[in-house]
Design a protein around this ligand. Structure first.
Ligand code: PMP
Ligand code: GLN
Length: 385
């Protein structure tokens, strides 16, 4: 038999699926894969149920329901002062993941270069490489994950087609500062490159930090594509409703990819997300506050157990160094050990690196009920006593 595509066959099953299966097998508290253990607002779920019963349940317009596209545009204006034309600049996708794939299918010619910041969310490299691009990665380093300006500058060239930026960033929980974004903006302009901005955690930022979309920086409006996800903003990760905002000249080719990939997304979910994006400011602020309280609770517990816990500025992930616990082995061994022997699952951070030499950090997902977080800490404390 002829070989399947070599890029995709070079990857195993994603770490999130692997660790979730292991958690089920060992009846462990699953703090690995990122999903809340409480569904988001009941009124949004009810709106989806009502729209399902009422119908129509036929193909919505290819770019998405007007109500949702209007809501995405209004949300951008309300939170970031971005003026967005819903008809020519907004498209609905089946999750941020589809949006990421569409952007690369639409913009990349084989041999183009894409700049990425490592550690990377797991689908980035396969998507970039499958689109035919050459990945140029630079690393942010713990504990502060500051932008390595000289390395980033060196990663750009005449062949750079785009920068793929995740802000707030999974798994580092970094929120890029205005100064860092200014520096990135300068490079993009100098090299006439695009930015694909994965901002799915835009409403999960802590300690009064502000999420600044790269798109809002002077000169970047027309070269930036902004991606959001209802999965994160409304704690409904299984819905897979994402949205892309970009200038008409950029959205048009991206829509061509979308029309041949999924074409559209379930109409009742779109209707409900439209209502969700119209929620008052306090809902969005409340999401960050709620997650911040969980971060504080869980970080204190991990510190008590003996982990060296890194700062967490946003997202619902926290990274911890397990070396102070005296464990012999790498992060993959550690995650297996705590799943099997302590009954708590995390994700090895080496899964977010191209090669495996950073192997002493684990990522915990803390968007869980307080008693579950407490139970996880209790189990870890017992295991490492
Ligand atoms: N980007 C990042 C950084 C993520 O952590 C995730 C995970 N949920 C996604 C994209 C995927 O979002 P969606 O479920 O909307 O496809
Ligand atoms: N984004 C989630 C995480 O980082 C996982 C999503 C998935 O399983 N594909 O854990």
């Amino acid at each position: 038999m002829k070989a399947p595509n070599s890029v995709l066959s070079s990857y195993g099953t994603t770490v999130f699926e692997v660790m979730s299966r292991l958690a089920i097998e060992h009846d462990a508290i699953n703090l690995g894969q990122g999903f809340p253990d409480t569904d988001g607002p009941a009124d949004i779920v009810e709106a989806a149920a009502a729209a399902l019963i009422q119908g129509p349940n036929q193909y919505p317009p290819m770019l998405g329901l007007p109500a949702l596209r209007q809501a995405v545009a209004a949300h951008a204006e309300r939170f970031y002062g971005l003026e967005v034309d819903w008809q020519s600049e907004v498209m609905v996708t089946s999750g941020a993941t589809e949006a990421l794939a569409d952007c690369h299918m639409a913009l990349i010619e084989p041999g183009d270069e894409v700049v990425l910041i490592e550690p990377l969310y797991d689908c980035y490299l396969p998507i970039v490489r499958r689109a035919g691009a050459i990945a140029k990665t630079v690393r942010v380093e713990p504990p502060d994950w500051a932008l390595p300006r000289a390395a980033l500058e060196a990663a750009f060239s005449d062949r750079t087609k785009l920068l793929l930026l995740n802000n707030p960033m999974n798994p580092t929980a970094k929120v890029f500062t205005r100064a860092e974004l200014d520096f990135i903006a300068g490079l993009l302009q100098r090299h006439d490159a695009y930015a694909v901005c994965d901002e799915v955690y835009e409403h999960i930022v802590f300690d009064r930090r502000e999420h600044i979309p790269l798109m809002t920086l002077p000169g970047l409006r027309k070269r930036t594509i902004r991606i959001g996800s209802a999965g994160k903003t409304f704690s409904l990760t299984g819905w897979k409703v994402g949205y892309v905002t970009a200038a008409p000249e950029l959205l048009a080719p991206i829509a061509k990819a979308h029309q041949f990939v999924t074409f559209t997304t379930a109409p009742n979910l779109q209707q409900a997300v439209a209502a969700g994006l119209g929620k008052p400011d306090r809902y969005f602020a409340g999401l960050s506050e709620e997650m911040q309280a969980k971060r504080d609770r869980f970080a204190a517990g991990l510190t008590e157990v003996g982990f060296d816990v890194l700062d967490c500025a946003g997202t619902y992930f926290i990274t911890a160094d397990f070396r102070p616990l005296g464990f012999e082995g790498n992060d993959v061994d550690f995650c297996r050990h705590i799943t099997v022997d302590a009954g708590v699952t995390a994700v090895p951070v080496s899964a977010f690196y191209i090669s495996g030499e950073v192997d002493h950090f684990v990522r915990f997902c803390f968007c869980k009920k307080d008693d579950l977080l407490d139970a996880a800490i209790e189990r870890l404390a017992k295991a490492f006593r």
